[in-house]
Design a protein around this ligand. Structure first.
Ligand SMILES: Cc1ncc(C[n+]2csc(CCOP(=O)(O)OP(=O)(O)O)c2C)c(N)n1
Ligand code: SF4
Length: 277
């Protein structure tokens, strides 16, 4: 995280003048609000922060903040965010998007971003559906979720477990939050930004249009990960009893990050010579 403090700003100063086009009641509004509040609480200068996203309703979030942003390509937010962090390590880099963007088309990148453990914060607004393309099943939809016309009998395969994947692949800060609990979400995002490594936050964020039953999730979530584990195997053991609604920071540990070898070529000629056959 950048160490320079901005003059005190209100969280609304981190908001852009673009009006969100999300459906009324979409959980992503609360996630946006939590990100803005976390940036203000940490007093991060806006010019030192970048928010990278992919494609999807949730990925629109980059346009709604006044920090630097990149509304990228479906499933490729993490490669862009990692490239930026490697090129400009002094920046605070956040990455955000949906479960389709992050675990389906972008699933491969998610695993390898966890392995590299670069100092990034990755926020996935998980609504267990492809909202933008009108309600298809996503990798986190239940096997028997049968509301999509494309999968009238349900996707028929067990959903991915994002926390388990992140832990196994090497993320060094792993948490789950609910969009309906903005204060806890704000605090978790701020902690994730402060954490020196790859932080993954799965945010259960209801899609009220294609998954109206998610409105009731507020009665199902429960604070269970009250103290983060610092032992990866112990954290995985805690997931055995997870019903998918346990909230809190599951795992946190300071671990080495990938460091690319930097050797600057002396000249363009020298660079060309390296590739000549
Ligand atoms: C390469 C590519 N494939 C497919 C699409 C179509 N597409 C746009 S958004 C999306 C899924 C969005 O779902 P998710 O990431 O879960 O975000 P949500 O809209 O639910 O927030 C898909 C398949 C695309 N834009 N680009
Ligand atoms: S379709 Fe769903 S995810 Fe997209 S804006 Fe509407 S409620 Fe949110």
């Amino acid at each position: 995280m950048n160490q320079v403090l901005a003059p005190e700003l209100d969280f609304t100063d981190y908001k852009s003048d673009v009006t969100p086009v999300w459906c009324p009641g979409c959980g992503d509004y609360a996630v946006l609000s939590a990100i803005l509040k976390a940036l203000a609480a940490l007093r991060l200068p806006r010019e030192d922060v970048a928010l990278i996203s992919g494609i999807g309703c949730s990925s629109r979030i980059a346009a709604y903040t006044s920090v630097y942003g990149f509304h990228g390509i479906h499933g490729r937010a993490l490669p862009i965010a990692q490239g930026l962090k490697l090129a400009r390590p002094e920046l605070t880099v956040l990455c955000a998007g949906g479960d389709g963007d992050g675990f389906s088309i972008g699933g491969n990148h998610f695993l390898h971003a966890c392995r590299r453990n670069l100092d990034l914060t990755y926020i996935v607004m998980d609504n267990a559906v492809y909202g933008m393309t009108k309600g298809q099943a996503s990798p986190t939809s239940a096997a028997d979720w049968s509301e999509s016309k494309l999968t009238p009998e349900g996707p028929g395969v067990a959903p991915l477990q994002p926390l388990d994947l992140a832990l196994t692949a090497g993320a060094s800060h792993v948490a789950r939050c609910f969009s309906g609990k903005v204060q806890a979400l704000t605090q978790t995002i701020a902690e994730a930004i402060r954490h020196p490594g790859f932080s993954f936050i799965q945010v259960i964020s209801p899609c009220v249009t294609y998954r109206p039953e998610m409105r009731e999730y507020k009665t199902l979530v429960h604070e269970s990960f009250t103290e983060p584990c610092t032992d990866r195997r112990e954290a995985r053991r805690r997931l055995i009893d997870d019903d998918g609604f346990s909230l809190g920071t599951l795992f946190k540990s300071v671990e080495p990050s990938y460091k690319p070898l930097r050797h600057e070529p002396e000249s363009l000629d020298a660079l060309e010579r390296q590739f000549s056959l």
